[in-house]
Design a protein around this ligand. Structure first.
Ligand code: ATP
Length: 373
């Protein structure tokens, strides 16, 4: 396909949507770079579909503007925007075969010779052998690929995907995530993908915007959001976090030093530390897989300079690749620790006294005024 098709950048400026007295999307600014795979991620009702529909022109914004490239498209109807949308429902024509479904957009525009383009598009989505089947004779994943081919044949600058994998079972979803990523890389146009599945967003997207209550809480590269969440919502939405209530005591060597239930912990000053003032409260977070669990008898072997907390294992679950422990500590009951099952320590069983320790660089700070849950 059309590797030449240039992706367009999408710029939302102060865009908002209210329905009567209800605000579905609060004024938000987003810059989606041309050619990127961008995910809008959030729980049901947070405003992601409404945001997508405002980009498509299917919903009029209450305020703000939508730019595609240099063009202000806010007042343009959907069909005049260089975008196409793929919906969860596929919306294929059941009475047409796959070839005609994909050719549909070209034929409607009066394009006479569609053969080469349709063949290229079917090749792109790896359905070259299925051209003469009807949608009902394809699996869900194959139908979804037809929907993508049908949208891409119009050479949009931006492809909008609204929960396109929502109807698929887990295994197929995972396959299609990689497939869509491959297609996006191949065609090079901008994809804006709406999903409530954090793993899906992180697998596919270059940039993820996490939405909550009609607002973007944080956006960035998946690893950046995961490693350095700036709100408790983002920290908890993107996986499990251990959050510890602490108080600032000092600054030392580029680290903020805090105490939590008489333990001293350190975190890099730049890791979203909301306050650096001595005496103020902060929430300190660490991901479960960043922590090492040592039996208390081995505490002497733990290198200096690591954050460490003592505790007692309350529970453990073997899940094949890793074991998930729940550890009660003075700072936080129910600390989660994930240990890879490489060399399992048989002493690490419920009731065992342990030391949890981790590199301070893997610690992030959050505003203590937020709810932990
Ligand atoms: P989901 O994942 O369930 O689709 P979402 O994050 O995409 O959720 P939106 O569909 O954008 O959420 O809806 C955001 C909020 O706006 C919801 O509370 C929804 O009920 C409300 N809403 C959406 N469309 C309308 C409408 N036409 N009239 C009134 N409220 C609406």
């Amino acid at each position: 396909m059309p590797k030449t098709a240039p992706g367009g950048d999408v710029r939302l400026t102060g865009i908002s949507k209210t329905y009567g007295s209800f605000t579905a999307v609060h004024p938000l600014d987003l810059d989606i770079p041309a050619g990127s795979f961008f995910a809008l991620l959030g729980a049901s009702g947070c405003g992601k579909t409404t945001t997508l529909r405002m980009i498509a022109g299917l919903e009029d914004p209450t305020a703000g503007t939508v730019h595609l490239g240099d063009q202000d498209v806010t007042a343009l109807p959907p069909y005049k925007r260089p975008v196409n949308t793929v919906f969860q429902s596929y919306a294929l024509f059941p009475h047409l075969d796959i070839y005609e479904n994909v050719a549909f957009g070209l034929r409607r525009r009066g394009v006479k010779s569609v053969k080469k383009q349709v063949a290229e598009m079917l090749e792109l989505v790896q359905l070259g052998d299925f051209a003469r089947r009807r949608p009902a004779q394809l699996s869900g994943g194959q139908q979804q690929r037809v929907a993508v081919a049908r949208a891409l044949i119009n050479h949009p600058k931006v492809l909008l995907l609204d929960e396109p994998l929502g109807a698929l079972d887990l295994k197929l979803r995972r396959q299609m995530q990689l497939e869509l990523k491959r297609i996006q890389t191949e065609v090079g146009i901008t994809f804006v993908h709406v999903t409530h599945d954090q793993e899906e967003a992180m697998t596919m997207a270059d940039t993820v915007a996490v939405m909550n209550g009609g607002r973007v809480e944080q956006s960035g590269a998946p690893a950046e959001l995961y490693e350095n969440p700036c709100t408790t919502f983002v920290a908890n939405f993107l996986g499990t976090s251990n959050l510890i209530e602490a108080r600032v005591t000092d600054k030392s060597g580029g680290n903020l030093v805090v105490t939590a239930a008489d333990r001293t912990l350190a975190l890099p000053l730049e890791r979203c530390a909301p306050t650096t003032r001595t005496g103020e409260k902060v929430l300190v977070g660490v991901r479960p897989e960043k922590i090492t669990l040592s039996h208390a008898d081995d505490a002497g072997a733990i290198p200096d300079g690591r954050n460490r907390i003592t505790g007692r294992i309350a529970d453990s679950s073997f899940i094949g690749v890793s074991t998930q422990y729940v550890v009660d500590t003075p700072c936080c009951p129910g600390f989660a620790v994930y240990e890879q099952n490489i060399e399992r320590d048989a002493r690490l069983v419920p009731g065992a006294e342990v030391v949890l320790h981790w590199n301070p660089a893997h610690t992030f700070g959050l505003d203590a005024a937020q709810d932990i849950d």
